[in-house]
Design a protein around this ligand. Structure first.
Ligand SMILES: Cc1cc2nc3c(=O)[nH]c(=O)nc-3n(C[C@H](O)[C@H](O)[C@H](O)COP(=O)(O)O)c2cc1C
Length: 199
């Protein structure tokens, strides 16, 4: 009887863990662990990232909150080596693209945003970008947000290379790949940045 009860309790705990967790590489990672483990990864092995993983990652991006649920975005997924290499050459702060297995460019579309506000398109797309970074971490891959918007020169380069329309804002380029070195997350918790009730 005692064994039966322990069995039921164990099964219940396992079920609770499954429904509250992310599944990565055979290991269950809870949401807070993924959030705190995320870090910028800039060294990759060069191994390609599967289409299935890329879809999982973009799907996480699309699950982000947006003002009035407008979802004012599009995602350009790049897997072809020549395209990754030429972006790497053209973008000084995204050199690591030459060893990445793929990249996602998060594009904000002001005309699809609530009241067609550029700011909301950008804010919403930032939410999607963070979800993308977290999904990458949960899958045991690495990524880094490389900035494009608001630098006009970088936006022009990315638009030109990827055929992105003028009215669409390439927010960032996110190289994704298998980590080549063991980057560690930083502890950024600062008590001084918290204000209870009032500033
Ligand atoms: C808006 C934005 C722009 C960034 N641009 C770049 C970039 O161009 N190149 C780069 O290597 N990292 C870039 N980063 C990554 C930051 O350098 C990184 O997030 C920061 O140093 C904190 O480190 P962590 O991501 O490991 O926590 C950018 C991050 C953000 C949010």
């Amino acid at each position: 009887m005692k064994n039966k009860v322990s069995g039921i309790i164990l099964a219940a705990v396992a079920f609770f863990c499954v429904i509250n967790s992310a599944w990565a590489d055979g290991i269950l990672l809870d949401t807070l662990t993924v959030i705190h483990n995320r870090k910028s990864v800039r060294n990759f092995t060069g191994k390609t990232v599967s289409r299935e993983d890329l879809i999982t990652i973009v799907k996480a991006g699309m699950a982000a909150p947006t003002a009035v649920n407008m979802q004012p975005w599009s995602f350009v997924i790049i897997t072809e080596r020549p395209a990754l290499d030429s972006l790497s050459e053209a973008l000084p702060y995204a050199k690591m693209l030459d060893r990445a297995g793929a990249a996602i460019v998060v594009c904000a579309i002001p005309e699809k945003a609530f009241q067609e506000k550029l700011e909301l398109a950008v804010i919403d797309s930032c939410c999607a970008s963070e979800n993308i970074l977290l999904a990458v971490e949960a899958l045991g891959l690495g990524a880094v947000w490389t900035g494009v918007y608001p630098e006009k020169e970088r936006m022009d380069v990315v638009r030109k290379q990827l055929n992105i329309p003028e009215k669409v804002i390439p927010l960032n380029v996110i190289p994704i790949g298998y980590p080549a070195s063991g980057e560690k997350p930083r502890d950024k918790f600062k008590q001084g940045n918290i204000h209870w009730q009032r500033w």
